[in-house]
Design a protein around this ligand. Sequence first.
Ligand SMILES: [Zn+2]
Length: 76
Amino acid sequence: MDDLDQLVSSLTPREENDEIKLYQNTVSVACPVCENPFDDLVVCKNEETSLEQIEPLDICVTVYEGSPLLFTHKHS
Ligand SMILES: [Zn+2]
């Protein structure tokens, strides 16, 4: 992943708290891991965090400058 700022500039911010920032991918940006369009990007602000899943998701993970990035793909 080259540039997180460039990636998130295409996404819609949905939620932010102490642990995460959540962005929704409304324009079908390709996931940098699997190259399929993802649904949401979760940027973890800490090196360790726990996330609660509310629905079955496929998740691609990468790390950008020490922050885990989670790209979620809903089961279709
Ligand atoms: Zn992916």
